[in-house]
Design a protein around this ligand. Sequence first.
Ligand code: ARG
Length: 475
Amino acid sequence: MSKLWGGRFTKKTDQLVEEYTASIYFDKELAREDILGSMAHVKMLGKCGILPAGDVETILEGLKKVAAKIERGEVEFTVANEDIHMNIEKMLIEEIGPVGGKLHTGRSRNDQVALDMHLYLREQVLHLVKGLYKVQKALIHQAKLHLDTILPGYTHLQRAQPVLLAHHLMAYVSMFQRDIERYMDGWKRINVLPLGAGALAGTTFPIDREYVAQLLRFKGVYYNSMDAVSDRDFIVEFLSTSSLLMAHLSRLSEELILWSSNEFNFIELDDAFCTGSSIMPQKKNPDVAELVRGKTGRVYGHLVGMLTVLKSLPLAYNKDMQEDKEGMFDTVKTLHGALTLYASMIETMTVKKENMLQAVKQDFSNATDLADYLVNKGMPFREAHEVVGKTVLYCIQQNKYLLDLSLDEYKEFSSLFEQDIYEALAIEQVVNARDVLGGTAKSQVEKQIAWMEEQMAVTQSWIDTTTEQITIHFF
Ligand code: ARG
């Protein structure tokens, strides 16, 4: 069969051009969305009296048959039909005859493809939020188990002040919460119908866009047809939120990798989430965490790629925009894989509490507390900093830690030191003394977890209502 747009042409398309310009290799991913969109469109054409009821029925039945064939893997998409839209339209015409050619009345592939992408991303973002929520759950599960586990907190990767492991893990839960909120906010801008914009200027047929929006359960419609077919902001936003999420996952990955090294020896990842070496029999490598860290690059790349495609594009549709898909699909898959694995990997990791504590005992991370002690006795902080700096230097020279010094040794540095210094420097005390909102004291971390669980309840109800809200019953 000839091309759906072949009328104006006298020559066959060059084979290489056909292959180069086709998008069916990747947009076949949108088959389901394309058919759903077509079903809503044809129902509307019937309702508005643009097509007779009989034709509408025939087309709907035909689309259902095509959908079933695709589902069963019985169809072969062809490059000759360029993209998913024309492949499906051709299949429809083969299925029901020339009446299938009426489906494209009052629409263009430009608004059709935009619709498919909105339908696709609307659902995928929901799945990603669900996946991220599960990662948060796994982190909170570990946080609750480790409300008494203390490890060094770092700045510059140098031991700084001891913190609860629960506190450290909850920092990631907070980052993921913001990622979820960004996804949920961007979702509002995905949930808008572009169909009805036609090629760019609208259509001469008396269509009812609001009815299509209602059928496909969109909250609103694009009010400018040129914007509707040109807008890819919603994809940029998605890629941007996803890039930041990957940055967060990559930071967490880096810590899991460091912590499972012999040098730290703070955690052990479950065997099921690690791989071995083909030559070194002793190796157990944290490959999943490494790959998540590594895959961050491709997601950033997709964001920059999309922004660059859009830069300088004149209104309205340009073929450049076909480049919006692969990066988006790849980002969805990359994140879906990372989130699924992360939830179980965190859930099953073993924490080596004793090693963490040992690390805290062998450092000077209670030095700030020593300075605070002097401040509480009336010394200005700057002066106290100097005194403690000298005390630490003395310890290093003597190969001791702060808790090893005698009171006489302390008195050499300041007469304000008294016996109660040992209590002030005790590790639990150092942690629990940070009893301010957002601090690492156990009581504060417990409050933090409770607060976060309230936020997560909001996410859960968003997931439930959104799932309900976007369910389309066409089949
Ligand atoms: N395959 C195209 C894309 O993904 C569909 C829209 C084509 N529109 C056109 N005017 N050639 O962008």
